[in-house]
Design a protein around this ligand. Sequence first.
Ligand code: CTP
Length: 400
Amino acid sequence: MSGLSNKKILLGVTGGIACYKSAVLLRALQTAGAEVRVVMTPAARAFVTPLTFQALSGHAVYTELLDPAQEAAMDHISLARWADLVLIAPATADFIARAATGQADDLLSTLCLATEVQIALAPAMNRQMWLNPVTQENLQRLMIRGYLCWGPDDGAQACGETGPGRMLEPEVLCQMAESHFSPGILEGVRVLMTAGATREAIDPVRFVGNRSSGKMGYALAQSMRDLGAEVTLVSGPTSLAIPSNITTIHVETALEMYSSVMEHVEDCDIFIAVAAVADYRPIQIATDKIKKNKEKQTLELVRNPDILAEVAATESPPFTVGFAAETEKVEQHADEKRRRKQLDIIAANKVGTDEGGFESDRNALLLLWQDGREELPMMTKSVLAHRLAERIAAQYRARI
Ligand code: CTP
């Protein structure tokens, strides 16, 4: 395999138990043709010695920022310029936090500030640490600055727990590095998406809304972008950061989302409706705040357009992907919806269970298309988004 020939990869190893796997990753990258130099943080050296990486890579391992001997061999700025990709595997919660605040208190964090090439993080940590909102916020901050996040995986952890936070296997990380350098499967493909919830005003201070956080839509937009697509995201209000290199259009109501989608639909090859669009809106919006002077209050609602169905019914529709939230007979109901709305793929969600769903960081999906199906088990939304994006890309390519 020579998918990485002539590529220079700076492998950053930070202090987590998964760093014993980084030695296998180093070998895999070299076998794929890459030239690899290794930088270790002090904490990583408590797990594996630099000698291991030196013996495998055939090069001295960089550990110190202020060591005249190491700086003489290749100073940190030259090292930052040397690389075509910086891959940090494992990336601990501590390292992610330090990178997110722009610290430069060791060689690896300094290199991250000094390099102009893309930095990919392969997070590895205990599931609670991964799910902690602080870690997620730090990661979001880095991702909007263009960092890539590869993984983590879901499963048994070194600490004895089970859940998200395992570093992706070395072979998978090596494949991701290879696809990073190959032209994306969706290069030149224009994708239009909706995400988040809509808000339907009742009066100047109140609205009808729903619990969608937008996390799945935003993660999927980033995964489609990472496969090379040109992505336009029509988003309802969310608290999420705007992802880099994605044209984001902010709307509030279902009607605004509908007009924005209809304005852009002719210029897209793939349309993905992830938004939780309000099916109904108040028939009238009160100009003044409604006072609580009645015992009973009735809100009269009128149907909103079904954006997804309208797109699928256009004269020459794009490749169309929709979501379905079902509480029972998931496959049967979702497949009926796919056929009724004439969708190329439907991604069905079982709602009303303890795990996954609207505000969660995890979810599971059942994907259905005309002559196939795929079950994606419970996993973090970022990994799930990547798997879904790959399936959409494969079916889209198979159709054209
Ligand atoms: N959708 C849309 N515009 C609407 C309503 C829904 O684009 N006004 C899209 C959603 O983004 C999602 C899919 O349609 O992709 C959901 O379809 P829907 O029929 O609303 O499914 P459920 O929410 O599962 O609805 P139902 O209660 O009818 O089962």
